[in-house]
Design a protein around this ligand. Structure first.
Ligand code: GLU
Length: 304
């Protein structure tokens, strides 16, 4: 058994004053209003130990981290047929690139860029009557009860969704969306508006550290080889066009969101979440990456 508490406190103290190194997301007022000082780290191990420091119980907007939940449910419901409509290659381009989608003839490079997430959501609409409700139920099965939609964020996402609409319309034109563009967008905007705490995020991702099975309940969320694939996609595509840098510095599969959250897994052992709202030019949390780099450097717990 490992005691990570003193390590988290050490990393927290070391980085506490590292603010002013990036910009809080400002494309919608609800995100722009978040204090840049917020800082939290949380770990939960597959054998149920929890370690936390800072604002780890405060909910924030997880934004694109939800794309991992969407993909998991999509793989569970549709299996390998998904891969006819979305690829598994890193994009190396901004997450909302229209040029790339056009070059790829409406087949998004991976499920974690916006176009890819729109296709995954379209696939969810094939079998789910109430996708937003089902998604919260899904996260609650991951043993995180403290998960809600922020209606204000969802409404702002909708009001500013011009590029996402363009991506969806282009894919509709290329026959890669089955449902109405507005219906897909509506669910997408809600998925960007999920609020969770750092502690909740760490707990909810444990199934990916545990071969697709929620450790506390034994519930199988996805088959173990699907969990392997989700981790592989997080490693290669979980950090916008900075996945290489994250793999190089941290060496763990993970996913970030423009709310400043990052969650990563050490397969077989634990999941770790960080929240710090200031972002670098790629949209990843500056201090979040620093904290995770410290974690894997000090513990040697990377997949490499
Ligand atoms: N809500 C953003 C958008 O669709 C994406 C957020 C993120 O990448 O975390 O434009």
């Amino acid at each position: 058994m490992k005691d990570y508490q003193s390590l988290l406190e050490e990393i927290y103290a070391q980085l506490k004053s590292s603010v002013g190194l990036g910009q809080v997301a400002d494309y919608i007022p609800a995100l722009a209003a978040v204090s840049p000082d917020k800082f939290a780290i949380a770990i939960e191990t597959v054998d149920g130990q929890q370690f936390q420091v800072g604002d780890a119980q405060e909910r924030f907007s997880i934004q694109s981290i939800s794309k991992v939940f969407n993909l998991t449910l999509g793989m569970k419901l549709s299996g390998d047929t998904l891969w006819q409509r979305v690829g598994v290659e890193p994009s190396g381009n901004p997450f909302n690139s229209l040029i790339q989608l056009e070059l790829n003839k409406g087949i998004p490079r991976n499920p974690f860029i916006n176009a890819g997430a729109l296709v995954i959501i379209d696939s969810l609409l094939d079998s789910l009557e109430q996708p937003n409700k089902e998604m919260l139920n899904f996260v609650r099965k991951l043993r995180c009860q403290d998960v809600f939609y922020d209606d204000l964020v969802a409404a702002s996402e909708r009001e500013t969704a011009f590029t996402n609409l363009a991506l969806a319309n282009y894919m509709k034109g290329q026959n890669n969306l089955r449902h109405a563009v507005q219906d897909v967008l509506e669910v997408y905007c809600y998925q960007c508006a999920i609020n969770m705490s750092c502690a909740g995020l760490a707990r909810s991702f444990l199934y990916l550290a545990n071969g697709g099975v929620v450790p506390a309940s034994g519930e199988v969320m996805v088959a173990s080889n699907q969990a392997k694939r989700i981790n592989a996609l997080m490693m290669t595509s979980g950090f916008y066009d900075e996945a290489g840098e994250f793999a190089y510095r941290v060496g763990l599969p993970g996913k970030s969101g423009v709310g400043g959250g990052i969650v990563a897994v050490v397969p077989g052992e634990l999941s770790i979440a960080v929240w710090s709202p200031e972002l670098n030019d790629h949209g990843n949390s500056v201090r979040g990456i620093m904290a995770l780099e410290e974690f894997t450097s000090l513990t040697g717990r990377s997949v490499f």
